[in-house]
Design a protein around this ligand. Structure first.
Ligand SMILES: C[S@@+](CC[C@H](N)C(=O)[O-])C[C@H]1O[C@@H](n2cnc3c(N)ncnc32)[C@H](O)[C@@H]1O
Length: 246
């Protein structure tokens, strides 16, 4: 599909001074640096994880099956939420060099009964180095707020997904409420620089739909009464499943 040029060069990482670009996940390789950065990120995310994200990850990643690719894996927070009995293989990736970090975390999972082949890869979600129809599931959580060209990433995800494959996502997006949306627009330039490239006001759901994904929104089973209905959206966090439009 033709790419909307507004998505390109959105601010990350080119306009940031080098020191600020990757404050939460420095691009340096080296186990110690990556472990410290991952620890800081996980610590800072703890309140959100306890409040809501942990439950969403449980419901979302429990659905991953077959050959699975995760992009923008960050600290590897999702690893413990996969159900290894449902996976044939797992490729964990980020565009920064976190490979030693993932390997260490995966080794620890190995103690918990994991015997799924796991590959780690340093790749850009906008240019996936895999042939068409390679995966049954692609996962991205809290990634497309900072990918330079989100439509390019979704095109790539659709390309590597098998025809009946699923894209499992969790993102934060621009609020639907007018006042909150304008507040997010106002804060975004500052937040973007402080956060190392995250955008608070992207309409990532629409970008998924424009790319050709049919998006089904998730609800937390047991909490809301229904488990996987397209219920519209009220909050800032959206999660669910996308499939290639027939
Ligand atoms: C906020 S972190 C999210 C980490 C993790 N997925 C989570 O749910 O907590 C965003 C991650 O996306 C990665 N990222 C940003 N742009 C990317 C791109 N174009 N390709 C691959 N990864 C990217 C960053 O390196 C970072 O690790």
């Amino acid at each position: 599909m033709p790419v909307d040029r507004r998505w390109i060069g959105d601010a990350f990482p080119h306009r940031l001074p080098v020191g600020l670009r990757y404050w939460y996940f420095p691009p340096m390789s080296g186990e110690v640096v990556q472990h410290i950065a991952a620890g800081v990120y996980d610590f800072m995310m703890q309140p959100l994880e306890r409040w809501r994200l942990g439950k969403i990850r449980t419901a979302l990643l429990g659905r991953a099956s077959g050959d699975v690719l995760e992009v923008g894996a960050g600290s590897g927070v999702n690893l413990r939420y996969y159900d290894p009995r449902r996976l044939s293989s797992l490729t964990v990736s980020d565009y920064s060099d976190r490979l030693s970090l993932y390997r260490r975390r995966i080794e620890r999972l190995g103690d918990g009964g994991w015997n799924v082949p796991v590959t780690t890869a340093q790749i850009d979600a906008q240019r996936l180095p895999f042939p068409e129809n390679s995966f049954d599931t692609v996962v991205a959580t809290l990634v497309f707020c900072s990918v330079d060209c989100a439509p390019c990433g979704f095109d790539e995800i659709l390309r590597v997904l098998r025809p009946d494959g699923q894209y499992l996502f969790l993102e934060h997006v621009r609020p639907t409420d007018g006042v909150a949306a304008r507040a997010f627009d106002f804060i975004n330039p500052v937040w973007n620089r402080l956060s190392g490239g995250c955008n608070l006001n992207r309409d990532t759901l629409q970008a998924m739909r424009d790319a050709g994904l049919t998006v089904t929104m998730g609800e937390i089973s047991g909490e809301s009464g229904s488990s996987w209905n397209d219920s519209g959206r009220k909050g800032v966090f959206v999660w669910g499943e996308g499939q290639a439009r027939a």
